[in-house]
Design a protein around this ligand. Structure first.
Ligand SMILES: [Fe+2]
Length: 214
């Protein structure tokens, strides 16, 4: 993904039907080609007339949107978040997932949650407890300590680094699961690309640079 404006839509990293039976082809087409694409297009339109922000990395747009001109502030907040969150979402699912984290991440999960099933329970509570549209997150602070959060709309947990995000907007699951968000969560959990999450965690703990954490 580009680090700054103009942003382009990255291709889906697997076939549209690759996540069956958990997520169907039509859901993936709409989610990636329509919803994700709209966040990219809208963010570019908002930044087109704001040259001072065109060099800002996506992570800065997400965190420093209150410094932008008032007329684009809320739009950048929503759409930069939408771009970042969906890029992470599609890249942390896998058609043939490895179902356990690597040793470094597993150790942190055991330390901070008591085990993988306890993490799953915390993520499920966050995903099902988010009223309306939003996300449930597994995040790491700069020291590698893990926690679970939920955010409304396309808000981001940055500067806490998102390792894994469950999109609980209805557009992510309504076609196959209708109102059954819990069934979608269980399906989503089976698709998690744990080696990718582990790599992201190890990069985080190896380098504490990009943005200072609280
Ligand atoms: Fe989404």
């Amino acid at each position: 993904m580009e680090t700054h404006y103009p942003f382009t839509l990255p291709p889906l990293p697997y076939a549209y039907d690759a996540l069956l039976p958990e997520l169907d082809e039509r859901t993936m087409q709409f989610h990636h080609d329509k919803h994700f694409a709209a966040y990219v297009d809208n963010l570019n339109k908002l930044l087109a007339d704001c040259p001072e922000a065109q060099s800002w990395p996506l992570e800065r747009l997400i965190q420093d949107w209150p410094r932008l001109p008032e007329d684009i502030r809320q739009g950048v907040r929503n759409n930069a978040g939408g771009v970042y969150n969906h890029d992470l979402y599609f890249n942390t699912l896998h058609p043939t997932p490895v179902t356990s984290p690597g040793p470094a991440l597993q150790g942190a999960i055991d330390r901070d949650f008591g085990g993988l099933q306890e993490l799953k329970a915390a993520m499920r509570t966050a995903a099902l407890g988010q009223f309306g549209s939003g996300w449930a997150w597994l995040v790491s602070d700069k020291n590698g300590r893990l926690s679970v959060h939920k955010t409304p709309n396309q808000d981001s947990p940055l500067p806490l680094l998102p390792l894994l995000g469950c999109d609980v907007w209805e557009h992510a699951y309504y076609l196959p699961y209708q109102n059954r968000r819990g069934d979608y969560f269980e399906a989503w959990w089976r698709l998690i690309d744990w080696p990718q999450i582990t790599k992201r965690y190890e990069e985080r703990t190896a380098s504490q640079t990009r943005y200072p954490n609280p």
